[in-house]
Design a protein around this ligand. Sequence first.
Ligand code: FAD
Ligand code: NAI
Length: 506
Amino acid sequence: GTAITYANRAFWLSLLAGIGSFYYVTQKDRTPGPQLPHDPTKKTIVVLGSGWGATSFLNTLDTTDYNVVVISPRNFFLFTPLLPSVAVGTLSPRSILQPTRYVTRHKARSVEVIEAEAQSVDPINKTVSFIDNSDIQGAVSSTTIPYDYLVYAVGAEVQTFGIKGVQENACFMKELHDAEKMQRRFLDCLESAAFPGQSEAEIERLLHMVVVGGGPTGVELSGELHDFLEEDLKMWYPELAGKIKITLVEALPSVLPMFSKRLIDYTMSTFKESKIDILTQTMVKEVGEKTVTLAMPDKSIVEMPCGMVVWAAGNKGRKITQDLMAQLPTAQTNKRGITIDEYLQMNGTDGTIFAIGDCTSSSHAPTAQVAQQQGSYLARAFAQRVKGDNLKAQLAELEASAATILHEDERKKVLDEAEGVKRQLSKFKIRPFSYSHQGTLAYIGSDKAIADLPFLNGSFASGGFLTYYFWRSAYISTLFSLRNRSLVVTDWIRTKVFGRDVSREW
Ligand code: FAD
Ligand code: NAI
């Protein structure tokens, strides 16, 4: 009896402590304290972007020693790995966004956040020009500011290879508005297929969803579409759900080339069970309003009717990046992106521009993992840089004062001190960036995920339900804030209990 009473008390006490600490952390987060103002004697870092690289940089940076300005056309961070889940309504859009000000308001010194699109960078005069191109603009909507250091993290845009009709007729899966557009279009196709008097051929066309690109984005999206179909649409559109068809088109001989053969086979067989058609060695040549044109493995050209095309065929550099590289023609010759050195400095600049993430071309894949590690490394390197600058200033001061001291013993004392600082400076160096690969994960639908993990000196490959729960917990732990973690977990529970919403936003 006593043991049960103690257990009972312990349970309620720990529950109360849990609720109390949750409340404390969230309230502390909501009420950041005062910040130091900008200091004209400190150097200014301008950060371009608010994605994986920039946000990780801002999270880690100690702003005590720098003035920081962030410029990005979106005033939030988007957790891209869960974007396909938003496209089918498993998650609410806002659950995977984090306003940039939630990060910057917690820094020691106030950080200026400017919602604007950088138009050009002048690496000679060290300036950035940017414009506000949102719907509402004030009297001033474009300007140019100087920087001491530029952290260039503008990411990449969707690669269309100039293929006809892609820009006009396809949906993408890169930004939040892409996922929302796809969701609207998908449900519109369903409702139009339900319109009275529709012919069988037209119903079949409207319900044919084509995903282009068998990289992780295309595969994850196909898996999510399949879940939506199985778990919800069969209930709410019983007469149509059986006619929905998902086709994944990939130009290469296999999907997911970055995963091991075993996991590729596992994905292919899961997709086969899920009735997702995979067309490999098939190249999309044109996207029309109602069809996609395919070059088949036997070189024949097939025009395939469809209601929706989602284009997930990879990345290409933004125009601003191409323009910046063109200003440094001898150092920047790689068409895939900005060439950087081992300290993430843009080649051809005098240590003032650092580039991170998808806008660069390096030996690493363009992933969130790389951008995140580069961002936090760079922030730590900036802290080191200040230490080095302070030591140099201290040395200069000591040497200058030694030159003015007449008394021999006093001068020797100061010179000894200067020697000590010199020794510290000679040992002082910033370590180069080194990437530590934590593995690759992808969700493939039907509560299954695949994982390539660099364990045991090799690659540990796994797939299935357990991996799926690992995928969930890995993503939850990667989400930057407790707020986002809570929102995503609540959405997962909501979807399990109530299912996904099938109302189409106007
Ligand atoms: P981004 O995160 O794209 O950020 C670029 C920022 O720059 C944005 O804030 C943008 O608004 C801003 N910007 C754009 N133009 C300008 C301008 N002119 N001036 C100023 N700012 C500008 N990677 C993984 O490792 N794991 C995953 O599971 C994963 N899943 C993904 C799922 C999807 C659907 C997608 C699309 C990508 C996924 N990735 C994943 C890849 C990952 O999202 C990218 O590698 C990562 O976003 C790169 O970070 P970044 O900071 O370079 O660019
Ligand atoms: P990707 O570049 O990895 O894949 C695009 C695919 O589209 C390629 O396989 C390409 O052969 C194919 N393709 C291109 N043009 C085509 C055409 N005309 N017809 C048919 N197929 C065509 O692009 P993705 O998937 O958007 O990924 C971009 C980056 O983001 C990658 O580095 C990826 O690793 C990362 N990412 C990682 C995820 C994860 O780890 N779970 C999830 C999503 C993205």
